[in-house]
Write a protein that binds this ligand. Structure first.
Ligand SMILES: C[S@@+](CC[C@H](N)C(=O)[O-])C[C@H]1O[C@@H](n2cnc3c(N)ncnc32)[C@H](O)[C@@H]1O
Length: 259
C-alpha cells in the first residue's frame, strides 16, 4: 500500500482551495480523505489533487465530504427548548434588540430555526440573523429555503403548518422567515469575526477541529459577544474552563459572556 503524502495535499488544498486542513482532527480527516479519494478513482494524493483541480464536480464532492454538513431544524430539541427559554426571558429582558450569528450553519436549518423563534416571540432584531459557513454550495442550498421532510422532524405541527408549504414532497419555507436571515461565506479559522453579537450559535463544527483551533475559536467568539450575550454550542461541545474566554456556563451547552 502506498504511503499517502498528506503534507503535499494539505499545502495544495491551502493554496488552491483556501482551506486549512491542518486545523482538523488528523485521524478522522485522513480517513475521510482516503475514502473520498478512492471513490474518485485516485491512488495517490498527487493524483487526487489533479482530479480536484481538473473537475468542478470532483472538487464539489471533495468539499461536501470533508466539511460534513449534517443538520436539522431544532437539532437536539431539548437543548434548543432550553435555549429558546433563555432567549425569550433573560436575554430579551436585558436588551432592547438583539443581533444573532449562526456560525457553520450548513443548509440553514439552524438559522431558520432561530428565525422561527424570533418570529414566534416577536423578538426585536437589531439586524438580520447572520448565517455563515465555509461551504458556498450549501449556502446556495440554504438560500433556497427548500427542505426535506426528515430535516423537519423536530418542527412542531403548528410551526410546520405556519412556516412551510408542502410542494412535491418538499417543504418550502415562508418568505417572512427567509427574509430574516442573511447567508455569507465565512471560515471560522481564517476569517475575522464580526463583533457586538447578543447571541452566537456555533454547533457541531468545533468537534472536527484540533484543541488549539477550538480554543482560538471560543476565544474569538467570546470577544464577539457583548456582555450578557449567549453562546450556544453542540450537544458534545462542552467548553472547559469557560472563564478563560470571559464566559460562564448558564445551562447545558449554553454560556454567557461575563466581562
Ligand atoms: C455538522 S454541520 C453543523 C450544522 C449546524 N450548525 C448544526 O449543528 O446542525 C458542520 C458545518 O460546519 C461547516 N464548516 C466546516 N469547517 C468550517 C470552517 N472552517 N468554517 C466555517 N464552517 C465550517 C461545514 O461546511 C458544515 O456545514
Amino acid at each position: 500500500m502506498t504511503t499517502l503524502n498528506y503534507e503535499f495535499f494539505y499545502t495544495w488544498v491551502q493554496s488552491n482551495l483556501n482551506i486549512q486542513l491542518g486545523a482538523y482532527k488528523e485521524k478522522q480527516l485522513q480517513r475521510r480523505i482516503q475514502t473520498i479519494m478512492r471513490q474518485a478513482g485516485a491512488e495517490t494524493l498527487e493524483e487526487y489533487s489533479e482530479l480536484i483541480g481538473g473537475s468542478l464536480s470532483v472538487k464539489k464532492q471533495f468539499l461536501d465530504y470533508i466539511t460534513i454538513n449534517v443538520t436539522e431544524f431544532f437539532r437536539n430539541k431539548d437543548l434548543f427548548d432550553n435555549f429558546e427559554h433563555l432567549l425569550t426571558t433573560d436575554l430579551s429582558k436585558k436588551f432592547e434588540s438583539i443581533s444573532i450569528w449562526s456560525a457553520a450553519c450548513s443548509i440553514g436549518a439552524e438559522p431558520y430555526s432561530l428565525a422561527m423563534i424570533v418570529d414566534r416571540h416577536d423578538l426585536p432584531l437589531k439586524r438580520n440573523i447572520l448565517a455563515t459557513d465555509i461551504d458556498e454550495t450549501i449556502l446556495a442550498k440554504a438560500r433556497t429555503g427548500i427542505f426535506k421532510d426528515q430535516d423537519l422532524k423536530n418542527v412542531s405541527i403548528i410551526d410546520k403548518s405556519t412556516y412551510f408549504k408542502e410542494v412535491d414532497r418538499t417543504f418550502v419555507l415562508d418568505e417572512k422567515i427567509k427574509n430574516k436571515v442573511d447567508f455569507k461565506k465565512h471560515d471560522l479559522i481564517l476569517d475575522t469575526y464580526q463583533k457586538h453579537f447578543h447571541v452566537i450559535v456555533c454547533r457541531n463544527v468545533t468537534i472536527y477541529f484540533k484543541n488549539e483551533i477550538k480554543e482560538e475559536i471560543y476565544k474569538r467568539m467570546g470577544q464577539s459577544l457583548v456582555k450578557g450575550g449567549l453562546l450556544f454550542t453542540g450537544a458534545t461541545e462542552t467548553i472547559y474552563q469557560p472563564e478563560q474566554y470571559g464566559l460562564r456556563k448558564v445551562a447545558s451547552f449554553i454560556y454567557e459572556k461575563i466581562e
